[in-house]
Design a protein around this ligand. Structure first.
Ligand code: FE2
Length: 367
């Protein structure tokens, strides 16, 4: 099916955090992104500070407030902790997508608007997504400046001792929603943005002794955007999805999956830079090898770095999940490499992953 809405792919993603300067430093030092833009009091933004970071196709904005007065940013952070405020799709025509989406059930948040400066025009609109999250439509075809009007060169250049992580682009962004909300959001994407559901895990498909989840993946017609949505399912104890909903105070983005062409090098560099990952027991590798599917990589290289393998769909995928990157057990990252046209998300690894997360939950006393 043609992508009639003109959705090109992911554009930027914005985090609201307690201290933008410190969080941006972590993304630069640990994840290997470059700080290429800045917005703050010196650039005519008296009440908030943003850093713009890029690497290959990745575009991240890290924002905090710098005033004591309660504002949209401080309200978000006090409610949810550091988290994803918005993620965006680059589109051919912002107004067209916004009009179609809102005509077909999307909740409008920001109508299409042109932001101009000497570098051209940046066009953006927003619709509502999970609770306080926004989904943006952007077009920067006629904008030559840094990110968007309001941003300038970083005020200071810092030299970082770090390894090249080789991470390239967003592969998928996952939402965690409350009981009975998953189908609502899947149909929101289907109706408003002509998405289709192509993965659907029901009761009993994904569960451990303690916790279970339901999961659906919706995608744009050409698969440029892939959006898994999880909801808790009854288990013996508090599942990781319930823990997220409780600690985040609602629904929101659970993880951002970032693609690389060489996960072995990427994970080595990320670990050397100080990124912490969930670990699986050695028995995981015995179990995987016993399944007998062919991979190009050396199993020992994967095991040494704790990289997971799943052969769901065509080809296979290699992936690894970080520990929560902020202070609350909410947002985390995934590093992923797809081989041979793999279209999956590692649901076959959920069992091992759940058990790893449950060990961390037990350590926090929340299971
Ligand atoms: Fe994922």
């Amino acid at each position: 099916m043609a992508n009639t809405l003109g959705i090109r792919g992911y554009d930027y993603l914005e985090l609201y955090v307690g201290s933008a300067r410190m969080v941006a430093f972590w993304w630069a030092k640990a994840m290997g992104l470059d700080i290429v833009g800045y917005k703050g009091p010196e650039t005519g933004s008296p009440d908030r500070m943003s850093f713009y970071l890029t690497k290959n196709d990745l575009k991240f904005v890290i924002t905090s407030t710098i005033k004591a007065e309660r504002c949209e940013v401080s309200a978000f952070v006090s409610e949810h902790g550091d988290g994803v405020k918005r993620w965006s799709m680059e589109v051919d025509d912002v107004k067209h997508v916004f009009d179609q989406a809102t005509k077909n059930g999307a909740v409008p948040v920001i109508p299409p608007r042109e932001y101009k400066d000497d570098n051209g025009v940046f066009i953006e609109a927003a619709i509502k997504l999970y609770d306080d999250t926004q989904l943006m439509f952007v077009n920067r075809d006629d904008y030559k400046g840094i990110h968007r009007p309001g941003f300038d060169e970083p005020r200071q250049k810092i030299t970082l001792d770090r390894q090249d992580t080789g991470i390239k682009n967003i592969d998928h962004i996952v939402g965690n929603v409350r009981v009975n909300e998953m189908n609502m959001w899947a149909s929101y994407f289907e109706k408003a943005l002509e998405f289709e559901t192509f993965v659907d895990f029901g009761p009993g498909d994904i569960s451990t002794k303690y916790s279970a989840l339901l999961s659906k993946v919706v995608r744009s017609s050409d698969s440029a955007i892939r959006n898994p949505i999880n909801e808790p399912y009854e288990g013996l104890k508090r599942s990781q999805i319930e823990e997220y909903i409780d600690e985040y105070n609602g629904s929101g983005v659970q993880h951002i999956a970032i693609a690389t062409d060489d996960i072995i090098s990427s994970i080595s560099a990320l670990r050397a830079n100080g990124v912490e990952f969930l670990s699986v027991p050695d028995t995981y590798y015995e179990d995987q090898k016993a399944k007998g599917f062919e991979i190009k990589e050396n199993w020992d290289d994967l095991q040494e770095r704790g990289i997971l393998v799943d052969n769901e769909g065509d080809g296979y995928l290699l992936q690894l999940f970080t520990k929560p990157i902020g202070d609350r057990p909410t947002l985390f990252l995934e590093i992923i490499q797809r081989q041979g046209g793999s279209e999956g998300f590692g649901h076959g690894n959920f069992q091992a992953l759940f058990e790893a997360i449950e060990r961390d939950q037990m350590a926090r006393g929340s299971l």
